[in-house]
Design a protein around this ligand. Structure first.
Ligand SMILES: [Mg+2]
Length: 277
């Protein structure tokens, strides 16, 4: 994963940018606007080609309607080269952006640049960013619990293993999870955010017991059990799924363990977050 700030882009990616883009970028760099404004301004400064269609002439619009990009090949090649350098998807045939990759890229750059209002305000008040950490698959090794249940339970609950009574109390921490969580606590306002199965009441108790056993002091009274993770206000959510609102979380969803997204294990998560302290 390339970690870029606006300063680094201006220093190391100049060859991909026009003078106009550089000038716009410098303006955003002086920023101090709120997070969302800064992300949108950065997207407009770096990837203004995504709004080209707004100045289409009648003939241009007709071209686009039949799947033809009215912009010149030279221009399109240049912007796509720039987009590739930043790991953002190329424009499609018609010249439109096909996904949100440029927006997500800009979100990360603004986060790393740390010059947005909410962050500066928190710093002035000596407050830390907030991180939520999921349990199953992130702090907890779910499989280690499955490995310990009886043959009868394994057969009886084969489609709903998370409903085996007491299964959550049998689970071991994931590799690096305890050290990782402790590191988070020192650098962020850190909470555990997990979902307990609705049909397995013992899981609610077992999750509390697990936290008391493995993270007794650092997570004291910091366990949140919810089926609606998107309602929580904060900066980061480390979660291995998008279920129960995780996918709609308003801050950054650190997609734990998903191959190719850069957060395959605790070591990678901590090394990423070190840049944001
Ligand atoms: Mg999970």
């Amino acid at each position: 994963m390339t970690l870029l700030t606006i300063g680094k882009i201006l220093k190391e990616y100049k060859e991909f940018l026009t003078d106009y883009e550089i000038e716009k970028l410098r303006k955003v760099q002086r920023g101090k606007t709120d997070f969302l404004t800064q992300v949108k301004d950065l997207q407009l400064a770096l990837f203004s080609e995504e709004w080209d269609f707004m100045s289409d002439s009648g003939a241009d619009a007709k071209d686009r309607a039949i799947g033809k990009n009215p912009m010149s090949k030279k221009y399109t090649d240049r912007v796509n080269k720039k987009r590739e350098a930043f790991g953002v998807s190329s424009l499609v045939e018609t010249g439109y952006a096909e996904d949100r990759s440029s927006y997500l890229f800009c979100e990360d750059v603004v986060r790393l640049t740390k010059n947005y209002k909410e962050r500066l305000d928190r710093k002035a008040r000596k407050q830390k960013d907030t991180v939520y950490v999921d349990m199953d698959g992130v702090l907890v090794n779910f499989q280690s619990g499955i490995d310990k249940i009886s043959k009868e339970d394994a057969e009886r609950y084969k489609d709903e293993l998370d409903e085996v009574p007491g299964i959550f109390s049998l689970m071991e921490p994931n590799e690096g999870a305890i050290e990782g969580y402790k590191w988070l606590c020192k650098n962020f306002d850190t909470y555990i955010l997990s979902t307990a199965p609705w049909e397995n009441p013992s899981a609610w108790q077992d999750k509390l017991n697990w936290v008391k056993k493995h993270l007794p002091d650092v997570a004291h009274k910091r366990l949140i059990l919810s089926h609606n993770k998107h309602l929580l206000k904060g900066d980061f959510l480390i979660d291995d799924r998008i279920a129960n609102g995780a996918g709609e979380f308003a801050g950054k969803h650190i997609f734990f363990a998903e191959n190719g997204r850069g957060f395959e294990d605790w070591k990678k998560v901590v090394s990423y977050l070190k840049n944001l302290v």
